[in-house]
Each structure stands twice: as C-alpha cells, then as structure tokens.
Design a binder for this molecule. Structure first.
Ligand code: PMP
Length: 290
C-alpha cells in the first residue's frame, strides 16, 4: 500500500508529500519532533510523547496550531489511513514557511507533519549478542546552549557523534558532557547495572528525558530493583556488571563492549534480559487504542 503522509490536515501520497524550501525546519532545523511506537494496535506512552512535544515547542516559543487532543486525533487518523498496527510514527512541527533570515516572526504558521511507517528494527544480532559502542570526542551540548531535553530538528550534535561512531566501526556512540561525565548515546539513553542496582545519568547533566528510560525505571520500581540517577564516568561503564541502551526505536539493547573493554562476561546480562521481557509485556498491553 502507498504510504499517506499527513501535512497540515491533508493526506498526501509519499511522492507528493513535500514542504516549501523556505520552511525554517529545513533552513535552520527550527522545529521539534517525536518518535512514537505502536504495538499491535496500541500507541505506547502517547500522552508522554505529546507532552514532551508541546514542552519542546513551548521552550523554543513555537506555537503549535492544534490542541493536544486534536494532535492525538490526527495521529490516530494517520495510523488508520495507512492501515498500520505495528508502526513507527514521526511527528514533526516546524517553525513553518518564512524568508531566508533567521527571524521566526517571519513564519506565521507552524507546519505539522505526521509520518507513520513500518518500523525498521535494528539487526536481531544486537539484541541476542549485545552491541559494541565507543565514546567519541564530540560533547553533548550544554543545557545553557541547546538543552538536550528539547527534541529539536537540529540533531547535528548527535549526527557528529554518530559519524564518529561509524568512523570507529560501530553503530552507536556514548556522548560525554562538557565535564567528561557520561551523558547518553546519539539516539538512546544509557543504563548500567552494578551490584544489583540500576544506574543512569541524571537529566541535569544534559540528556534527553527518554520515555523508554522512564518506562524502564518504572519497571525497576515495580520489581523492587534499586534505581539511582547518578553521575557516571567511563570507568563506571567499563566496570559495570551489565550495560544497555533504551529508546523508542531501539527499545532495550544490551551493550557488551565499550572502548575495547568487555563488559563483565561479554554477554547480555540477566537484569537486562528480565527488564526487556517485562518491557515487551507492557508494550503489548499498555497503550492507547486507535
Ligand atoms: N536520547 C536521544 C538523544 C534521543 O534522540 C532519544 C530518542 N528519541 C533518546 C535518548 C531516547 O528517548 P525515547 O526513549 O523517548 O525514545
């Protein structure tokens, strides 16, 4: 079936789904976005994604010309229009069409785009055997510059890190903050397990408040696993009992090697696997029907 893309209230076939070259989303990366998953007809953590989108937009003073409820209806309609049950939704709000200058006041109306497509999963090898990652030189932006909590269309900071990961022959990079503390990966949050407890960097050191991160913390609380949002260094990563990444697209991916150091026995850890199996249960039972 031909994919139909939602642009400003209209559904357009993929080939005709185009926006102006004067859109500031393209000219300056001026806009915000979300990536959302559906599992067997249920939208996972929809409210959390919508809230984060509107908070990102509020922070950059971008008025979304639609209420949260209208946005939810537009997402559901896009999923139905494309007859999808297991999908990845990309929700984009750009500053809209303006002139060649930076001035956002020249963009009278935000552009709203909703793409719902089949999810392209990471290779199953990563989940079975775990993945190798490296730390890279590009630092995560400091929150006084562009706060990593804003999920903006300007992902160059993360793309530079991704390029450096690829140069090093791996698929994902750990980004450190300006003080050299572990922040997050290019599109995922990072966790380690140490002595039965779950550790992840606190938001204030400069990371996106990942929705999968939140779901994993909730599962840990449910299972009475201690969770600490703690400052971590590369030393902590190297000497962890387990390590994994979390993200909407990736879900939970075990990490078995970091900067050439094997993590524990080099196999996905027990707690990682237990959290993953609980996460799969929740995604298939807990969500908004469309
Ligand atoms: N960090 C960054 C930089 C990301 O882009 C993402 C994925 N959008 C995440 C973390 C994970 O966030 P979530 O679990 O909400 O997808």
């Amino acid at each position: 079936m031909r994919l139909k893309i939602y642009i400003d209230g209209k559904f357009l076939p993929k080939e005709n789904a185009k926006i102006s070259v004067f859109d500031h989303g393209l000219l300056y990366g001026d806009g915000v976005f979300e990536g959302i998953r559906t599992y067997d007809g249920l939208i996972f953590k929809l409210k959390e994604h919508i809230d984060r989108l509107y908070q990102s937009a509020h922070t950059i003073m971008l008025a979304i010309p639609m209420s949260k409820n209208e946005m939810i209806e537009a997402i559901k309609k896009t999923l139905r229009e494309n007859k999808l049950k297991d999908a990845y939704i990309r929700l984009i709000v750009t500053r809209g069409v303006g002139d060649l200058g930076l001035d956002p006041r020249k963009c009278p109306k935000a552009t709203i785009i909703i793409i719902a497509d089949k999810i392209k999963l990471y290779p199953s090898e990563f989940y079975k055997k775990g993945m190798e990652i490296v730390t890279i030189p590009t630092q995560r932006t400091i929150h006084e510059a562009v706060n990593p909590q804003i999920k903006s269309l300007n992902y160059l900071n993360n793309i530079l890190a991704k390029v450096e990961a690829i140069n090093a022959g791996v698929e994902e990079a750990v980004m450190l903050n300006f003080e050299g503390y572990v922040a997050e990966c290019t599109g995922d949050n990072i966790f380690i397990v140490k002595k039965g407890a779950l550790l992840t960097p606190p938001i204030h050191i400069g990371v996106l408040r990942g929705i999968t991160r939140g779901a994993v913390i909730d599962i840990a609380h449910m299972k009475e696993i201690p969770v600490y949002e703690e400052i971590l260094t590369r030393y902590d990563l190297f000497n962890a009992d387990e390590c994994f990444l979390t993200g909407t697209a990736a879900e939970i991916i075990p990490v078995v090697k970091i900067d050439g150091r094997t993590i524990a026995n080099g196999k996905p850890g027990k707690m990682t696997l237990a959290l993953t199996s609980e996460f799969h249960k929740i995604t298939r039972s807990d969500g908004v029907r469309f």
